[in-house]
Design a protein around this ligand. Structure first.
Ligand code: UDX
Length: 446
């Protein structure tokens, strides 16, 4: 099938690549000419395992093209994906200006029937607004061309985006039009071979499904972080509690890891957007507000432990920081807990020597050159001359470090672990003070 994707951000580019990979003929349109030029030269602007070779190969074989020419894009695909950004505006609601601009662009150029698909995460009711924008533009042109607007939310995880898209656990199609549904089924057929994973529903339910999924996951994390804080004060160990509750299949082991808060481009934004949507219809989204509050508070948990340890000795200290990205296998720093920690440490007059396997360039871009941040080439180098070690991201490379080396490099043998990577007894046995999350019984045994 011929498909067009507007917006080669994270979602758009991954979606385009996997569709080309299964044989569809995909044209990507973006207003950013530098990005389009790079992609046409095989340069992929984001780090995502498996994405670059997939883009390069499909581009070379002619199934994946990139252009800034919207008219060409609209002429190309019978299906037109909208995968542009929906950044939060000042009050936290999703800003639809880019989505609606694409809708009008499609309407301006289309001369055949088109299925227009919302892939961006958009508030409930957006499909109606897109329909309105397309219809109005067609009327202005004096054109009478049939079209359908479908909601088809994306559920990919950064770092596993390719496999999530190649083997989706569900394909949500929001539409009440039989032809549009048939077109979408055909498009997704190659991803659906083993088992039909399509869930067809009305467009508003599809829009809400995306928010409900992310908000449920964010709720699980904030719930566990609240339990961790309770465990800390009650002298219980949240890791034992986690295993104890996860064994109940109704609860499950997934997404119940306590930590230094959730980040990324989705959870913070989507929780906030659904709160605003609820506010807009005079519904007080009490759970979601609590989820957000707990998370904001959790992003300071490392700093609280650091202050607990150093008291008023923190000024002038150097902290080694392992992990800057909001989670492993990405260079994404959006809403990363590390950013809150960095700002708090600088505020307190401390310096940071940081290392992340992928997010160093991004850190440099965000914070620029400053005396109180030194980016180090390896995790070992980050330790050199530092007073203590802090861990923000659970990269595999941090899971089994050389504790002897850590001890010999640090001025004080103390580790602040925001991801509960180590066995507290073992670390304490090696002579460290070990501050983890919600493991009150085990800290400061060193
Ligand atoms: C998420 C959803 O998983 C995905 O389905 C949706 O399409 C987009 O949002 P992503 O933002 O890539 O994906 O990250 P995810 O792996 O879900 O992690 C989100 C955050 O939660 C990270 O900061 C992670 O560290 C944190 N997290 C996750 C926890 O703190 N504890 C957990 O148990 C799981």
């Amino acid at each position: 099938m011929k498909v067009t994707v507007f917006g080669v951000g994270y979602v758009g580019l991954v979606q385009a690549a996997v569709m080309a990979e299964v044989g569809h003929d995909v044209c990507c349109v973006d207003v950013d000419s530098a990005k389009v030029e790079d992609l046409n030269r095989g340069l992929v602007p984001i780090y995502e395992p498996g994405l670059e070779p997939m883009v390069k190969q499909n581009h070379a074989e002619g199934r994946l093209q990139f252009t800034t020419d919207a008219a060409q894009g609209v002429a190309h695909g019978e299906v037109q994906f909208i995968a542009v950004g929906t950044p939060p505006d000042e009050d936290g609601s999703a800003d639809l200006k880019y989505v609606l601009a694409v809708a009008r662009t499609v309407a301006q150029h289309m001369d055949k029937p088109r299925v227009i698909v919302n892939k961006s995460t958009v508030p409930v009711g957006t499909a109606d607004k897109v329909t309105q924008a397309v219809a109005t533009t067609l009327v202005e042109r004096g054109a009478d061309i049939p079209f359908q607007v479908v909601s088809n939310p994306e559920f990919l995880k950064e770092g596993a985006a390719i496999s999530d898209c190649m083997r989706p656990d569900r394909i949500v199609i929001g539409s009440s039009d039989a032809d549009a549904i048939a077109t979408m089924r055909e498009l997704y057929e190659p991803f659906n071979r083993q088992q039909d994973r399509t869930v067809v529903m009305d467009v508003r339910s599809a829009e809400l499904t995306k928010y409900a999924a992310n908000c449920m996951l964010a709720t699980k994390i904030s719930f566990m972080n609240e339990m961790a804080n309770l465990a800390e004060k009650l002298g219980a160990d949240i890791e034992a509690v986690r295993k104890g509750i996860g064994s109940d299949p109704r609860i499950g082991y997934h997404f119940i890891y306590p930590g230094c808060g959730y980040g990324g481009s989705c959870f913070p934004k989507d929780v906030q957007a659904l709160i605003r949507t609820a506010d807009g219809i005079e519904h007080d989204a009490q759970i979601l507000k609590a989820v957000e509050r707990v998370n904001d508070n959790q992003k300071s948990v490392l700093m609280r432990n650091i202050q607990r340890h150093f008291g008023d000795r923190l000024k002038g200290k150097t902290l080694a920081l392992w992990g800057l990205a909001f989670k492993p296998n990405t260079d994404d720093m959006r809403e990363a807990p590390s950013r809150v920690l960095l700002e708090a440490l600088w505020q307190a007059g401390a310096r940071v020597q940081a290392f992340d396997p992928e997010a160093m360039e991004e850190t440099q871009r965000i914070f620029g050159q400053r005396d109180d941040l030194v980016l180090m080439g390896t995790k070992e180098a980050a330790l050199h001359g530092a007073d203590a070690l802090v861990i923000c991201t659970e990269w595999q490379a941090f899971r089994a470090p050389d504790f002897e080396l850590i001890k010999s490099e640090l001025a004080e043998p103390v580790i602040f672990d925001g991801r509960n990577l180590y066995d507290p007894d073992r670390v304490a046995g090696r002579g460290f003070d070990y501050y983890a999350i919600g493991r009150g019984l085990s800290v400061q045994r060193g």
